[in-house]
Design a binder for this molecule. Structure first.
Ligand code: PMT
Length: 399
């Protein structure tokens, strides 16, 4: 997601996970954001002021009384300046102070004057025993009651002390996605959206398969954008290389078209919208139980292929009046006519047409260019842009 012209205030407290924050700052800036940093004194034991200053391109605000401060009120001017704040890592100590309204250093005074006015993401990180401490849990529960604050769940895994448990700070990509979500208006809250992405994989035998070039980038971009807008998202993914940056998206991995069909039909009744972006095999072989061996003198292998279930059509046939079904069409010729025919045959409310004849569109690219066609005769063209921007444009047009 682009964060062009967004102003992000990063607050760092004194935990070992602070060493990951320079990566977050770099990524936020690469996405177009301007970044300022405030820290506790102890945070600078884990990551140096010089590093933070270099990666953010700005002076770090870590000491309320430093003579170098431009004016003595950075804790007021930084919250006024920013569009959103992220506190990461948030130690048990800082969580407790933030929830109790204690403001006794650069970070907590800045948070205190941001808390009522700006969207804030908080990423706790600590040892699992400190996370389980009732005082920490009470502070987290209190902060979660505040309307503009989102406290992320720490991840499970190996902690700095070597034990495996809950307390790891989510990785930089997840923090960045949470910041993007905090900046997005919740126009889809209450909606439940089912999205398919990636290519299906049809086995020929235990070592070979038929698949296609889908990477899942377009479907994942749609899933991220729906979640940013507040929807509950179920993502049914075939073979993909795309990465998911939001652990709250419910992901179901499948292999074949038949498996994707089953997963979609199970999930469809509890969703109000489905966007079918997956590249589903139309034909599949009967998989051999053992590896097919090349015989001496053999020059060809003929594989009978059977038609796979048409997921979109099955969903279209069982669609309720309160549900909307959106398909994709990937075409190489007679694009619009083919897309319109698919929309009608599959009982879709809209179809998003992309053509392999357009440079930068379709499989694999980070970009796409599409035409959105609706069953009531509307049409909207979205010119070449990142798949994140195209996802946003599709939702603006249809939802
Ligand atoms: O994943 P990326 O690398 O980012 O690439 C994105 C994309 C090119 C895969 C995506 O933008 C796209 O076009 N997806 C649909 C590809 C496709 O299979 O189109 P189709 O014209 O063959 O199918 C039409 C619709 O029917 C699609 O919604 C498809 O999901 C659905 N379908 C197809 C066959 C089948 N057996 N069941 C289905 O539900």
């Amino acid at each position: 997601m682009t964060l062009s012209n967004k102003k992000i205030l990063v607050g760092i407290s004194g935990g070992i996970a602070a060493y990951k924050i320079p990566e977050l700052i770099r990524n936020l800036r690469k996405a177009g954001a301007e970044v300022r940093v405030t820290t506790t004194r102890h945070a600078l034991e884990f990551v140096t002021e010089l590093t933070l200053q270099t990666v953010s391109g700005a002076r770090v605000y870590s000491d309320v009384f430093a003579a170098i401060n431009e004016h003595a009120t950075e804790h007021i001017s930084l919250p006024d300046w920013c569009d959103a704040m992220i506190v990461a890592p948030a130690t048990a100590n800082v969580l407790g102070k933030m929830a109790a309204g204690i403001a006794d250093d650069a970070l907590t005074t800045t948070f205190a004057s941001c808390a009522a006015r700006k969207p804030i993401v908080v990423a706790p990180a600590m040892n699992d025993k400190m996370w389980e401490n009732p005082a920490t849990q009470k502070a987290v529960a209190e902060l979660r009651r505040w309307p503009n604050i989102r406290v992320l769940e720490p991840a499970e895994g190996e902690l700095a002390c070597g034990v495996v448990g809950k307390g790891r700070m989510p990785e930089a990509d997840i923090l960045q996605e949470a910041v993007a979500a905090a900046l997005t208006t919740k126009t889809m809250s209450g909606r439940r959206v089912l999205i398919t992405a990636g290519g299906t994989t049809e086995p020929i035998d235990p070592v070979r398969c038929i698949s296609n070039h889908s990477t899942g980038k377009m479907g994942f971009a749609l899933a991220h954008e729906c979640a940013r807008r507040g929807a509950e998202v179920t993502l049914i993914a075939g073979a993909v290389t795309a990465q998911l940056h939001n652990p709250e998206i419910h992901r179901i991995d499948v292999g074949t078209a038949r498996e994707m069909h089953r997963a979609c039909m199970d999930a469809w009744p509890t969703h109000d919208t489905a966007i079918l972006c997956a590249a589903v095999a139309d034909f599949a072989p009967e998989a051999a139980e053992q590896k097919i061996k090349k015989q001496p003198g053999q020059t060809e292998l003929l594989l009978p292929l059977h038609i796979t279930p048409d997921i979109a059509r099955s969903m279209g046939e069982t669609k309720r009046a309160d549900q909307r079904l959106i398909g994709f069409a990937l075409e190489t010729n007679h694009e619009e006519a083919n897309a319109l025919r698919k929309m009608e045959n599959k009982h879709l409310d809209a179809i998003v047409l992309n053509s392999l004849r357009e440079a930068g569109a379709g499989f694999g690219h980070d970009t796409n260019c599409v035409t959105v066609l609706t069953a009531d005769g509307r049409s909207a063209s979205l010119p070449l842009a990142s798949k994140a921007e195209i996802a946003s444009g599709i939702l603006d047009t249809l939802i």
